[in-house]
Design a protein around this ligand. Structure first.
Ligand SMILES: Cc1cc2nc3c(=O)[nH]c(=O)nc-3n(C[C@H](O)[C@H](O)[C@H](O)COP(=O)(O)OP(=O)(O)OC[C@H]3O[C@@H](n4cnc5c(N)ncnc54)[C@H](O)[C@@H]3O)c2cc1C
Length: 419
């Protein structure tokens, strides 16, 4: 049986492992930490399974805000001064990727096939893994102080409409009925009925990995460091615990994938867009539907552990210490949005987390064969939408491993687009 090594056990690696098994490969997962653990972006994200997430982070006119990104360390997007020289080439590509509406439109159309039907695919996977309760398909709600704020986001909603998304607009009375705990400053809502959310992404990833293990996957606690490639064919994956013989490999190490991609022949501009979450355990009140407030651009979701608010973008690299003030902003936003939460909240009930979105400048993931050997497949760089896009990304990887043309076509995600 042909042997595939999957490098990284976040949601992308877990789904790739299952896809490889479905194609009849034997699989080893190489992961230095506990799958589903706090080291991974897949643990602490906003839980959104959002088929409408076709809008890339970089949009026309964003360059005007760069001075603010640098001067306000607590703004929704902040760049640490000390990191600017290192991130400058990535930042320029990022701004250029969103320079025109036409460019953003191309990205939106390239993202849509990865998003289509995603909540249903997650529900199927969760059921197979015995954790059906973790996927809820009750829609996703965008909330605004007024209709005018919604209309100010015309480009984003136009792109969603053009890529086939439908939604319901919700007036003040209906919003009150749907979300009785929500602060009254929000008076308008947009409900994407096809959306859903995961009630505990860490537990979900752990369950997917456990399913793959029950189906025969081997797990190795090690950090992949490179490849032994001879005559264009993969012979082994190099790790800090020695070599693992493998005929195929999938790079799915999230924000730490770039050195592995380089070892397989591709230079990919990959940056960590650091994000934070705050969870209020045992929250007395909260949203009935996972929501995103327009004045916060953060995902507010009821999870198994409590009320989670996840968001913020901080460009400061993989190694800098977290700035927990950013997580406090998320907590304070929850307190402002749900007046029924206790004003004298016990700090022991609040958990903070920081993690690394694996982000390319153009908002598209890197999926496809590596330049150094077609036996190595890239599957990383999913940025803000790695949870929702994992099943379709993994399906592409499964087809490539099996030597079939993938559906959707993987061309837009090629590592070679960076030249
Ligand atoms: C605050 C925040 C909110 C978000 N909200 C959402 C959301 O609502 N919906 C959504 O779809 N997405 C969201 N995302 C993005 C999503 O979480 C990521 O895109 C996704 O988790 C990436 O998954 P991954 O498996 O590629 O990487 P990760 O989950 O980071 O996993 C990578 C794994 O690789 C391992 N690894 C690292 N180096 C090596 C190595 N050398 N060898 C082997 N293994 C290695 C790591 O230990 C880790 O376990 C959010 C992210 C953040 C930070």
């Amino acid at each position: 049986m042909v042997h595939v090594a999957i490098l990284g056990g976040g949601v992308i690696g877990a789904c790739c492992a299952l896809a490889a098994q479905a194609e009849g490969f034997s699989v080893t997962l190489i992961e230095p930490e506990q799958p589903g653990g706090e080291q991974a972006a897949s643990y602490g994200n906003g839980c959104w399974l959002s088929p409408q997430s076709v809008v890339p982070p970089s949009l026309p006119g964003l360059w005007r805000k760069v001075p603010k990104f640098l001067s306000d360390p607590l703004g929704p997007l902040a760049i640490r001064w000390s990191y600017l020289p290192r991130v400058a080439p990535w930042l320029i590509r990022y701004l250029l990727a969103g320079w025109t509406e036409a460019k953003v439109r191309r990205t939106a159309h390239a993202l849509r096939p990865l998003l289509e039907g995603a909540p249903a695919l997650h529900a199927e996977l969760a059921a197979q893994a015995g954790v059906a309760r973790l996927i809820e398909r009750k829609g996703l709600l965008y909330i605004y102080p007024s209709r005018a704020e919604f209309e100010a986001e015309a480009l984003a909603w136009r792109l969603r409409a053009e890529t086939g998304m439908r939604w319901l607009e919700i007036g003040e009375d209906e919003l009150r009925q749907r979300e009785p705990d929500l602060d009254r400053r929000y008076r308008f809502g947009v409900l994407v009925e096809e959306g859903g959310h995961c009630r505990d992404p860490g537990a979900y990833v752990a369950a997917l990995v456990a399913l793959a293990e029950r189906q025969g996957m081997r797990r190795m606690k090690a950090r992949a460091t490179g490849f032994r490639i001879e005559g264009g064919r993969l012979r082994a994956v190099r790790t800090d615990q020695g070599e693992v013989a493998a005929e195929r490999a999938v790079i799915a190490a999230g924000a730490r994938s770039a050195p592995l991609a380089r070892a397989a022949g591709d230079r990919v501009p990959l940056e960590s867009e650091r994000g934070y979450h705050a969870v209020i355990e045992g929250a007395e009140v909260g949203p009935r539907t996972a929501m995103m407030p327009s004045d916060g651009k953060m995902a507010v979701t009821m999870t198994e552990a409590g009320l989670r608010c996840a968001g913020q973008v901080e460009i400061a690299g993989l190694e800098a210490a977290p700035n927990w003030k950013r997580a406090e902003i998320l907590r304070d936003h929850l307190l402002r949005s749900f007046p029924g939460l206790p004003r004298d909240l016990d700090p022991a009930r609040v958990k903070f987390w920081m993690g690394h979105r694996p982000s390319t400048p153009d908002g598209l993931p890197v999926i496809g064969p590596a330049s150094g050997s077609g036996d190595v497949i890239h599957c990383f760089g999913h940025g803000h939408i790695g949870l929702v896009t994992a099943p379709r990304s993994a399906a592409i990887v499964g087809a490539l491993l099996a030597g079939r043309p993938p559906a959707p076509d993987a061309a837009p995600y090629s590592a070679r687009r960076f030249g």
